[in-house]
Design a protein around this ligand. Structure first.
Ligand code: ADP
Ligand code: MG
Length: 350
């Protein structure tokens, strides 16, 4: 096991001329954790990873590994290794030569070199293929070799930029599970960049949501999903119904919000008169009277059978809600239903 390093991003900005790729980003990454940087294209993910790896210098701010300031150190002098989306394997070399490349650079040769290569191939689930040409491998196997090549030199931080982006969906989901297991086996701090929220949720100890060069939200997958901090976070991490309104009354623990679906009293804090948005997940709406909050009657204008649930579009006055219901009973399109929910399942976004 390697001892993963702590990473600290201290008020880092990165400007390209007049355009701002990162804007005052501060972030603390625990040693040995699996952190996923999630955001849409252009949000600054690759820039942040390049700054951590030393491929780019910040316009302002500092980057620390444990207690050491590495802001101006080149990649080779940092305890970090980067895996790029296109793997960047050497096509004229065997699997073993590819994995051993970094070891040679570190002057590790002979038996020790062979043993490390063999062990690392075991870690990534490809034992015994040292002598194969990398060009004879499938995409998923090449991805694993790239990972083995990065991990064999025992970096204290592994940086991964859209590492599964080139794989088809099925392989991607499978590699996703394996990446998590490999990380736990090696103990290295992983920082993984993706725009795929399912990938983020399934791998991360901590997800950091980036938007327009700023951190929009961060936390465990559960907390981000159940208690998103902003509208963007609530809709980027899965679907949410967003209901706008105005706070008309408050108690210590609840707010009463006037909305187009009536006055809704839910747990949360906000000041009286404030414009807020209530977010509720599709799976938290019910098409029966089982919830304590009644949102009113609506008409089912569309229904898709997904397997795990049926996904219904429900027209309520001039707005539409998405509701995921259990598959029994099947809800007929065109039917009128009463939509209810539990107060605890609403999140108040200020
Ligand atoms: P992501 O990886 O999330 O798609 P990037 O970090 O690549 O986002 O880019 C963030 C922003 O910075 C984008 O607006 C992009 O156009 C800009 N940018 C990134 N690299 C450069 C560069 N070398 N020169 C100019 N602009 C850049
Ligand atoms: Mg990118």
């Amino acid at each position: 096991m390697t001892r993963g390093a702590r990473l600290t991003v201290d008020d880092v900005s990165k400007h390209y001329g007049a355009s701002v790729a990162l804007d005052s980003v501060s972030l603390s990454i625990d040693p040995g954790s699996y952190v996923v940087i999630l955001g849409p294209s252009g949000s600054g993910k690759t820039t942040l990873l390049s700054l951590l790896g030393g491929f780019t210098q910040p316009t302002s701010g500092r980057i620390l590994v444990d207690d050491g300031d590495v802001t101006h150190l080149p990649p080779a002098r940092r305890p970090t290794t980067t895996v790029f989306q296109d793997y960047a394997l050497f096509p004229h070399m065997t699997v073993g030569q590819n994995i051993g490349f970094g070891l040679t650079m570190h002057k590790i040769r002979g038996d020790e070199r062979s043993e490390k290569i063999e062990r690392m191939l075991g870690v990534v689930g490809l034992p015994g293929i040292e002598d194969r040409a990398v060009t004879s491998l499938s995409g998923g196997q090449q991805q694993r070799v790239a990972l083995a090549r990065a991990l064999v030199i025992e970096p204290r931080v592994l940086l991964l930029d859209e590492p599964l982006g080139a794989l088809d969906l099925k392989l991607r989901r499978q590699m996703q599970d394996e990446l998590g297991e490999i990380q736990r086996r090696v103990g290295t701090t992983f920082v993984h960049v993706t725009h795929d929220q399912e990938e983020a949720m399934s791998l991360a100890d901590v997800v950091v949501v980036l938007r327009d060069g700023r951190i929009e939200d961060q936390g465990s997958p559960e907390s981000l999903y159940l208690q998103p901090a902003t509208r963007f976070s609530a809709t980027f991490m899965g679907d949410s119904n967003l209901i706008d309104g105005r706070v008309v009354r408050t108690t210590d623990e609840t707010v009463e919000v006037e909305t187009s679906l009536g006055n809704l009293t839910v747990p949360g804090r906000a000041s009286e008169g404030a414009e807020v948005t209530l977010a509720i997940r599709p799976e938290h709406l019910r098409a029966d009277r089982g919830g304590d909050i009644v949102l009113g009657e609506g008409r089912i204008t569309g229904r898709h059978f997904i397997g795990m649930h049926q996904r219904c579009r429900i027209q309520m006055g001039d707005r539409e809600l998405i509701l995921n219901a259990p598959t029994k009973p099947l809800l007929p399109e065109g039917a009128t239903v009463v939509v209810t929910a539990h107060p605890d399942d609403f999140v108040v976004l200020i």
